[in-house]
Design a protein around this ligand. Sequence first.
Ligand code: PMT
Length: 408
Amino acid sequence: MLNGKRILLGVTGGIAAYKSPLLVREFVKAGAEVQVVMTRSAAQFVTPLALATVSKREVVSEMFPRPDDPNSTSWTKHIDLGMWADIMLVAPATAHTLARIAHGFADDMLTSLALALRCPLALAPAMDVDMFLNKTTQQNIDILKESGCFVIDPEEGELASGLVGPGRLPEIDRLVAFVDGILEKIHRDLSGKSILVTAGPTQEPIDPVRYIGNRSSGKMGFAIANAAALRGAEVTLVSGPVYLRTPRSVRRIDVSTAEEMNTAVHLEFENVDAVIMSAAVADYTVANPVNKKIKRETMPGDELTLTLKKNPDILKSLGEKKQNRVLVGFALETDDGIKNAKEKLRRKNLDLIVLNNPNEPGAGFNSDTNVVTFLTPAGQAEHLPLMSKFDVANRILDRVKSTLTWLT
Ligand code: PMT
């Protein structure tokens, strides 16, 4: 995968930076073009000259052009390089740089680039064991993973301080395989396409305090949005209330009720090539929600009766006006899965339905994995084994892409 690829290698100021010329050499040997971007502290551990020599490119480090440097001609270099690259790897990534990227700092060339990037961002944390295990560093790594960055765990062993534990930069061949694996998954094959994704639950209010909801965490929909953005699509994510961070380069619209989701989705629909509805939309809402908290003391008897009314079937209404758009729905079924999913596929005029069962281990709500079956109008059924929601997302997007190609 590396042959002909353009790699931005971010080098930050940790002792493992001394290995970075070897990493550049391996990427170059595999046929990649490498542009090194260093922080100032990295230059304490490895010289820009060594990195420029092995990459055969001037190392970039300063944000602003210097009059005495013929190569630093443009202050928009962070944007230009962000568009040039197929992938950016920061190795080693220090605790400080992880924190800066996680929180959106753009205080030098490396972090500005990480923010401006349109391609996958991969990170190889390397530092002393206590810094790595520190809660703040771990939280920053979680933030980065949630927002769609790829993170390779450091190796365990003896560290420069003499302490032993996790924190060592993985061996060069593992780093090369890590980047290769990401490039294999992520092609910019959805550039120019616009995809609308829905995620999460809806909440139907009973009173200002209570609601009817469901167990959707949003993970499935956010994985689809992330994968589509990494593959170059322009992604709009309409999400019910969830505790997830927005993936990089994704436009997010937050809604609460099914009615709000319906309005948002229909507003966006005109401008998209495909819709993937993974949201768990409530089929019913409370007919007469009240605007004061219901108090048990003031309610007569032991029972409270709520009258529910049907919510709009969003996907069905999209199916009625879909024209040449691709429509993908999910079916969450505990029994008669195939039969019910086929029926939904037909009734909602879908190009693909993704069947999953919340009772199956590793599938459905809140897990990081899913077990799904694809069903198409032609009667095709493909059962996929247990895999990460990110991998399921890519398999769905492969189907979307081939249907889009077929339609045009
Ligand atoms: O969010 P996670 O925790 O990661 O969990 C993922 C998931 C289990 C929620 C997801 O994989 C999933 O199955 N989503 C669809 C849940 C659902 O509402 O299924 P359904 O069979 O009831 O609905 C069929 C389709 O119609 C769905 O695409 C749904 O978005 C859509 N629908 C449903 C009701 C409604 N009123 N309007 C709709 O558009």
